[in-house]
Design a protein around this ligand. Structure first.
Ligand SMILES: [Zn+2]
Length: 388
């Protein structure tokens, strides 16, 4: 049996903070989490006294990185995504598909399953398109949006080998309520988004089973004090979790702090919505249209925001150093919360006995120094304390 122990100046499980803690790992599973002094005579394999160990980050909304995109529908692209994400502390993610012809979406879904089981875990797709409102396409191509259809969803569900974890649906379009009920009954987490729903229409979606909102505020009807719209509905209901893109571009810091005060602590989920230009130089990138990337901001030629070049380690530093959110809360929003949201929290998302050893070791500046997936070191930063 392969067994080893890690000790660190601080462990954030993230339910609790353990000073001078020790984690024991056997065959990729956490078998013990304790304070160092409790049984100090036990052998420690690696000591990170200047570091913080947190659970691996989980991104439930990410399209691409390092020049590749899920919609390339190529195994090589998925493998590259898995490899690139661990550089940023991401140990699990939902490869996110946008609106495209059905056959193309099916091909992309099949590629996710065909990708190698190494580096970051691909948990199953986030089907962001195609059942969205043509009034709020965001950066989606309007012609690829489709009227919600249970038959078409089932075609995609089967192509994915029943592995879709999350799907975004606009609740106000014809057929949406039936599809929300259907997808929920299959165990898929349904998210409201790319939507011009009124308050009442959004409540209908929540009643039908939706429990998540896609990139809150973006590609959504605005909130008015006499017609609060979808935003009012998802912010008010404590059962609905909300995604925030924490690049300081998609949502103003003040709004982020307000959302963190309004929502229960376990219902805020940090995502990147990152695209292929992430970890790449500024310039023009071709997806199904031109994406102009300048100072890391991604826009269509008409100026519409089209995803981000954010990574979750950067999002963590933004939350803590730019917004003043406590580290424990910030870590919770990118580990336990997404794990619970897509119902994988029995295996990953926290540092507890019985969970998989998916861990990130951070320095005091919250830079990733090591990423561990299933007890294996998959990334090591050989230049710690680099400034950002
Ligand atoms: Zn997206």
């Amino acid at each position: 049996m392969r067994s080893f122990s890690l000790s660190a100046g601080e462990i954030l499980t993230p339910y609790k903070k353990i000073k001078n803690g020790v984690i024991t790992i056997e065959n990729g599973i956490i078998t013990e989490v304790r304070e160092h002094r409790e049984r100090g005579n036990k052998k420690i394999s690696s000591d990170f006294s200047e570091s913080i160990i947190v659970p691996g980050f989980i991104d439930v909304h990410i399209h691409g990185i390092a020049g590749v995109d899920v919609m390339d529908a190529m195994v090589e692209s998925m493998d590259k995504m898995r490899k690139s994400l661990v550089n940023h502390g991401v140990t699990a993610f939902c490869p996110t598909l946008d609106a495209a012809p059905l056959d193309h979406i099916k091909k992309a879904l099949k590629t996710i399953n065909a990708s190698k089981r190494s580096n970051a875990r691909a948990l199953g797709a986030h089907l962001e398109g195609p059942f969205l409102s043509p009034e709020k396409p965001g950066a989606m191509i309007s012609e690829n949006l489709r009227t919600p259809s249970i038959d078409e969803f089932d075609e995609l569900w089967n192509a994915s080998k029943k592995s879709i974890k999350l799907t975004t649906i606009a609740p106000e379009v014809p057929g949406a309520i039936e599809l929300i009920k259907h997808a929920s009954s299959l165990g898929v987490t349904v998210s409201l988004g790319h939507s011009n729903a009124t308050y009442e229409e959004a409540l209908g979606g929540i009643k039908a089973g939706a429990s998540h909102a896609t990139h809150l505020f973006n590609a959504m009807r605005e909130c008015h004090h006499r017609e609060p719209g979808i935003l009012g509905a998802v912010l008010e209901d404590p059962k609905v979790s909300v995604e925030l893109i924490m690049d300081l571009v998609h949502v103003h810091p003040s709004i982020t702090r307000l959302v963190c005060k309004l929502k229960p602590k376990d219902k805020v989920i940090i995502v990147t919505d990152a695209i292929r230009a992430t970890d790449m130089p500024d310039g023009v990138y071709k997806n199904r249209y031109e994406l102009h990337v300048k100072n890391g901001e991604v826009r269509l030629p008409d100026g519409t925001l089209a995803g981000s070049t954010l990574t979750l380690d950067k999002a963590l530093r933004n939350l803590v150093f730019k917004l003043g959110i406590p580290l424990k809360d910030a870590v919770t929003m990118m580990t336990v919360n997404p794990a619970k949201d897509i119902r994988v929290d029995d295996e990953i998302g926290s540092i507890e006995v019985g969970k998989r050893a998916d861990l990130v070791i951070l320095d005091k500046n919250l830079n990733v120094t090591k990423t561990i997936v299933g007890g294996e070191i998959v990334f090591e930063n050989l230049k710690p304390n680099r400034s950002r």
